[in-house]
Write a protein that binds this ligand. Sequence first.
Ligand code: GAL
Length: 823
Amino acid sequence: MNLVRSFLGAALLTAGYLPAAAQARHEYLLTTNWKFTKGDVADAANPGFNDAKWQTVSVPHDWAIYGPFSPQNDLQTVKIEQNNEKEAKTKAGRTGGLPFIGTGWYRRQLQVPGFGAGQRAVLVFDGAMSDAHVFVNGREMGAWPYGYNSFAVDITEAVKPTGDNVLAVRLQNLPEQSRWYPGAGLYRNVHLIVTNEVHIPVWGTYLTTPTITPEYAKVKLRTKVATPGNAFQPLRLETDIRDAGGKVLATVSTPLTATDGQEFEQNLVVPQPRLWSPETPVLYAATSRLYAGEVLKDEFTTPFGIRSFSIEAGKGFVLNGEPRKFKGVCNHHDLGPLGAAINVAALRRQLTLLKDLGCDAIRTSHNMPAPELVQLCDEMGFLLMVESFDEWKTPKVKNGYSRLFDAWAEKDLVNMVHRDRNHPSVIMWSIGNEVPDQWAPGGSKLAKRLQDIVHREDPTRPVTAGMDQFDAAVNNGFAAVLDVPGFNYKPHRYPEAQAKLPQGFLLGSETASTVSSRGVYKFPVEKAKDKRYPDNQSSSYDLEASNWSQTPDEEFAAQDELAYTLGEFVWTGFDYLGEPWPYDESWPSHSSYFGILDLAGLPKDRFYLYRARWNPTQPTLHLLPHWTWPGREGQTTPVFAYTNYPSAELFVNGVSQGRQTKGPSSQPQTRYRLMWNEVKYQPGSIKVVAYDDAGKAVAEEEVRTAGQPHHIRLLPDHTTLTADGQDLAYVTARVEDAQGNLCPEATNQLQFKVKGAGRFRAVANGDATSLELFHEPRMHAFRGLLVATVQATDTPGALQLTAASKGLKSATVQLTAQAKPVK
Ligand code: GAL
C-alpha cells in the first residue's frame, strides 16, 4: 500500500543474507538455522560446543506454546489485591498453564559478510523472554533482563572478520514473574546491523513536526552521529524527505564537525502536508546520508507522519484540529495459538478485525509492543498508547518487574521512547498499570520521576498511567502528577475525579472487563458480577462482569454524558493466554474471557455492541442468541439486537414480539441495546427488521434453528499469500447443517491437512478450557467453529487446506502463495 509496508517488507525479506540496497549499512534478520534447547547447559556459550542434538528452530520462537498444558505450570498461591481478594488462593492457569519457566539456550552461526577494520556490528533484539545474556564467540557482550523491551548489543569487539562467529543467547524465566502468559524465548526478531565506524547509531534519529499549517509543515530531524575517536572530520549529513510515492519533497545538506555521539539538527519543510490520522494514515520518509568527504558512510531512513494533537481542558483530545474520543482496546502481546512468537501477518489480521470493529486506538497492556505492531499501526491507522510496566517498586507478583525497577526503570523507559518516538501512531506513553505504588509512600514522587524521564526523551507526547486505587491516587497527589489521569473501571467516579484533579480531563484507560464465551448463553438472563458456572464458561448475553468492573453500556453512558472524558480502552480487544477470570482458581481454564474477540480471533456477540457504536461507516444489525434450543420449548429465551439503527421489530416464526427503540434511560442496557426479554423459545426462526430515523424498514437479520451437523464449510480470510515463509491465512471452519446453518452446539473434532506450498501452523477454537494443543492439526469445534492457520513456505505455488471429521462431509479450500515482490 505505501512506504511503510515496503519498509516492513524490506525488513522481512532479509531472512537470509540478501544484498542490501544501501552500500553503507547492511541489515539482516536472523530468522533461520537457530539451535535451541531447554534447560541450562554449562558451556553452551562456548564457540566449540556441539549443539548438533539441539532442536533446529526459526526465530521468532516461543518455546512454551507447544505445551503440554498443566495446572502445575506456574501454580500461584496469591491474594490479588487488585481483584479485591481477601485471602491467598491457589490459581492454576493464571499464566496460561504452559511450560514457560526455566532456562533456554539459543545458538547460531553468525556470518558477518565483509566485516573488517573500520566496521561495527550491532545486534538488536526486539524482545527476548527473559533475562537475556548475549554471547559472541564465548564472550558475554550484553544483557537485558526485561523480556518485553528492545535492546541493542554492540558486538564489534567480539566478531572475527574471517570465518564463522557463534552467537549464543541464554534466557531464563522464573515462576511467579507474571500475571499472564509471558511467552518464552526469542519470541521477537533479532537483527544484525553492520555499519561503518562512522554511523548513525540504533534509534539515532528523532523527528518531530513542530509547525503544521495547510501550506507547509516544518520537520525537525535530530540525528546522532557516532564517530569513535572523533575521526573523519568534517562530515556531511544529507537528508531528503519523500512522500509515499517516492517523490522528493525537501532536501537539506548539513556540514558537521562531530564529536562522538553528538546530535545534529536539520530543519526541512514539506509543502501542503497530507495529515496522518487513523482514517488517513499518510506516511512520509526522511532518508539521511552521512558522508565523509565524498564517501557515503551511512544511510538511514526514518518513516514518519505529519499530524498535530493536543489534550486540553475544555477541549479534550483534538487530532489535526478535530475533537475525538478514543475508541480503544487494550491488548496483550500474545497472538493466541501462535503464543508470543511475533508474526506480521497475524498482527495485520488482528488490526484488520479491529478496523472493522471501528476501533481506532490500542493500549499495549502492560508492556512495550513488538516494533512490527507499531509500524502496522502507522500504516493502517491506529492511535497507540505504548505502555511500559505493570509494577514499579512494590510487587504484584513475587518475581515481577519490582526486582529490576531500581536498576532498570530508566534504561527501559529510554529504550521504549527512543525506539518508538518517530511513529505518528504513538500519541501517549504509559508509565504503568495499576502499580501498587499508587498508594505506597513516595508513589507520587516515583510517578513524577518516571514521567520526567519520558518528557526528557520525548517532550511531544503526554504521559499517563492506569490507576485503580481511586481514593488513594486522587487524594495523595499521584493522579495530579500525570499529564493524563487514566482510570481503570471507574465510570461512576469520573465526576469526582474531574472535580478534584487539576487536569480538566480524564481517560478511561481500562474499561468494562465484561466476560463472555463465544456462543454460550446462560439462563435465566441476569446482570451479575463474578458469576461462575459448572462448565467454566461465561454467558454471551454480555451482562456479566467482575466485582471491579462493568458492562460495556455503563462506560458508554459515562463517556456520552461527560464531555471531559477522553474515550476508553476496553479490556480487551482479543482474549489472551492466562488470567482466566472468573475461573482462575478452576482448572482447566487457562485463557481469558474478557475479549471482544476470542482467542481464535472470532468475534463474540460483544463485537457487534462495540461495532454499532464505533463503526459509523457500516451498518450493524446482529441478533443473539442462536436459535437451536431443543428442550427449551416454551421457556423464556431473551433476544437482543446490537445495532446502529435506532429501532427494530422482532419476529418469532413471523409473529411480532414488538418494536424496541434505543434511547435515554436510567438503564444503560436499554440505551445501547434492543432487548426483548420475554420471548418464548419455539424452533423455527427469529428475525429482526430495523428501522431508520424516519421509521422506514431498512435492514433485516434472521437466525434459524439448525438441524444435525452435516458438513464443514471453510472460509479463508484471504486466498493469496506471499511465499515468504511467514505469511498466514486464517481459515474459519464452520460445522453446518444441510441447509448451511451454523450448528451452534457442535463439538465435532476436525482434522486438518495442508498440501502444496504451505504448512499447517496452528488451530484454535476460542474455548478457554480446551487443553488441545494449538500446533497439532486437529481440534474439537467450540460452538460450531474453529480457526485454522496455514503458513506459506518460501516456494510459490498452490496449496490446499482440507478439514475432515467423522460423520461430516469434508471441505477443501484452495490458496495460492505468490512470489514475494522483488525489490
Ligand atoms: C485490571 C488489570 C488488567 C487485568 C484486568 C482484568 O485490573 O489492569 O491487567 O488484570 O484487571 O479485569
